[in-house]
Design a protein around this ligand. Structure first.
Ligand code: ADP
Ligand code: MG
Length: 566
């Protein structure tokens, strides 16, 4: 009970930090149970992990609120934010050395992701928290610890995990919002659209380092009449906006007119967004992939032959490997890896592409003969991707009209407003002779399967530590995995989950006959049926996790410098 906890904390006061280990266990409070699952070894180590659990009937959340996976995701995300707000409001941060006094729940940004910071079902409402157990130097500060456990936490639980205590309107609005976004993504397929941007959406962000909406001066999105459609959402009702059809779509326009901003918004249209974000009714196919050039990345036995052939020294491009890819080979590898996991939509921006991968104009074709050029530019493949594989492309391009010929739709950004210019572009083609020749008409061949080998994870004497460093890096013992170019990774706890998943893959002995996408699919299935906690290495508080997509999991594997493929 809590009296017990109080007694232990009194006894611990002034002792060495290690004595905190005595706290491990469960304590009963009037309305909830506190579980101290893991106690940090010193004040500078990762914080201690605790859970607070309210019995389901006391929590009083109606089951209809979370009777589908996406509604449950909405509720969990909402309650995580409520807990975070209440920690901020109620808890007066106590000081001390290292992480002393820290009290937090997993971080939530602009996206409503699948998270494990809260558990809600008929039996319980549970929040998973992290605590920096307070110390001065390495001496336990018992009084400060009491403040956290006996004062702050009960108040935070009281204000957050009971249906009667929280803002019902806020919760319902978030559940409705997620339901609408979920519906909208399903409608995409029915209407053969790859993206939808509601009129009134706010696309630009506050700054390069903040995903909050631009506060002042943002021009709200307005669809051109030609692309405007009206949909009926279950909660919002009728909504109008721009539907981008399947096929090849160019976004053209002068510099600074908002092309990249539109594409970046579409990239994150794979996720649901919170109220007030400005992108609440902006969605893209959930398997859309941003493709960039990524100089220097490693590539392991990827079929880049649709784009690159006849390399000097007779290098194999059907099973192409390199420790240090060029702009064009990395971009080709990124596309082929996206295909391997499965995608309906490629998103490409000229700003982050290799020029020689994107275009090769008529004059250059005359000077450098096809036989001397290993690269088949994307322009000569983009149609076969759509026609043979059903993969659409949205391409930001301000610098080459050659693409008019391969586009189904051309949209021009003009002072942040999209305009339909397809007919104009097609007339220009008719009027001007272009000396450019199409270089490639052959069909896309199936790529050979890429089998993940056990040797990817060699045994090491001291064991293997896989850890996230911010959103963009993972360290695997001494090897670093660079995820900076996986632009659709948005949350540190997605990266944390990828670390757990890599460990999970490593520990469930990989049989040397499973293709990489199947390995990813298998973990994904385990998560879908048993929940995120399933792939955590920890019992009790599993660590903060947010769900990454299959593509980002495979993306981490593909960038792992130790990856071995048969
Ligand atoms: P482009 O790719 O066409 O060169 P960007 O998308 O990079 O242009 O946008 C240029 C600038 O305009 C950016 O600073 C961006 O924040 C701002 N911007 C983009 N869209 C809007 C908008 N709808 N309203 C206000 N500012 C915008
Ligand atoms: Mg740009």
């Amino acid at each position: 009970s809590f009296q017990e906890l109080e007694k232990i904390l009194t006894q611990l006061d002034g002792r060495g930090y290690k004595a905190y280990k005595d706290l491990q266990g469960q304590y009963q409070w009037r309305d909830f149970t506190l579980s101290i699952d893991y106690v940090q070894g010193d004040p500078f180590a990762s914080p201690s992990r605790i859970r607070v659990t309210v019995p389901g009937e006391k929590g009083g959340f109606p089951t209809e609120l979370y009777d589908t996976p996406h509604k449950r995701r909405a509720v969990i995300d909402f309650l995580s934010r409520v807990v975070a707000k209440n920690i901020y409001r109620i808890y007066d941060h106590v000081g001390g050395s290292g992480k002393s006094g820290l009290l937090s729940i997993g971080h939530c940004g602009q996206e409503i992701l699948e998270r494990n910071y809260i558990v809600i079902d008929q039996n319980r409402v549970e929040a998973r928290l992290e605590v920096g157990l307070p110390a001065a130097g390495r001496k336990i500060l018992g009084r400060e610890a009491k403040e956290i456990f006996l004062e702050a936490i009960p108040k935070i639980v009281e204000a957050s995990l009971f249906f009667k205590a929280i803002s019902k309107e806020g919760l319902f609005r978030q559940v409705n919002l997620v339901e609408d976004q979920y519906f909208l993504r399903q409608e995409m397929e029915r209407y053969k659209l790859v993206a939808f941007v509601a009129n009134g959406s706010i696309l630009p962000r506050e700054s390069g380092v903040s995903q909050k909406p631009m506060a002042r001066g943002a021009v709200a999105f307005q669809s051109p009449k030609e692309y405007e459609i009206e949909l009926h959402l279950p909660n919002y009702g009728y909504i109008k906006g721009m539907g981008i059809p399947e096929g090849v779509t160019l976004i053209v326009g002068g510099g600074f007119h908002g092309k990249s901003t539109l594409l970046q918004a579409l990239e994150l249209g794979i996720y649901d967004h919170i109220e007030g974000d400005g992108r609440e009714y902006l969605v893209a196919r959930e398997n859309a992939v941003k493709i960039k050039a990524e100089n220097g990345r490693r590539v392991e036995k990827v079929n880049i032959s649709p784009f690159i052939n006849n390399l000097p020294m007779g290098q194999d491009t059907v099973r192409f490997s390199t420790e240090n890819a060029s702009g064009s080979t990395s971009q080709a590898a990124n596309i082929m890896e996206a295909l391997e996991i499965g995608t309906d939509l490629l998103l490409i921006d000229e700003d982050t592409s290799a020029t020689n991968f994107m275009i090769r104009d008529g004059r250059m074709q005359q000077l450098v003969q096809k036989e001397k050029e290993p690269i088949t530019p994307f322009i000569d493949r983009v149609r076969s991707f759509y026609e043979e594989k059903g993969i659409s492309t949205i391409l930001v391009i301000g610098g080459s009209g050659d693409y008019f010929e391969v586009a189904d739709h051309v949209i021009m950004m003009d002072e942040y407003r999209p305009k339909e210019v397809t007919l104009k572009a097609k007339e220009i083609i008719k009027g001007l002779q272009n000396p450019r020749k199409i270089e490639e008409t052959s069909c896309l061949q199936e790529s050979p399967p890429r089998t993940l080998l056990k040797a990817t994870f060699p045994m090491e004497k001291r064991g293997i530590k896989i850890k996230p460093r911010g959103i963009h890096y993972i360290t695997y013992n001494k090897t670093e995995i660079d995820l900076r170019d996986l632009e659709q990774l948005v949350d540190f706890n997605q990266t944390n989950s990828i670390c757990f998943i890599l460990q999970y893959i490593m520990e469930k002995p990989v049989k040397d006959q499973t293709a990489l996408p199947e390995v990813v699919e298998k973990v994904y299935k385990d998560i879908m049926t048993k929940g995120l906690d399933e792939v955590s290495p920890f019992r009790g508080h599993p660590g903060n996790m947010a769900l990454p997509r299959r593509y980002e999991i495979a993306g981490a594997l593909n960038r792992f410098r130790n990856l071995k493929i048969k």
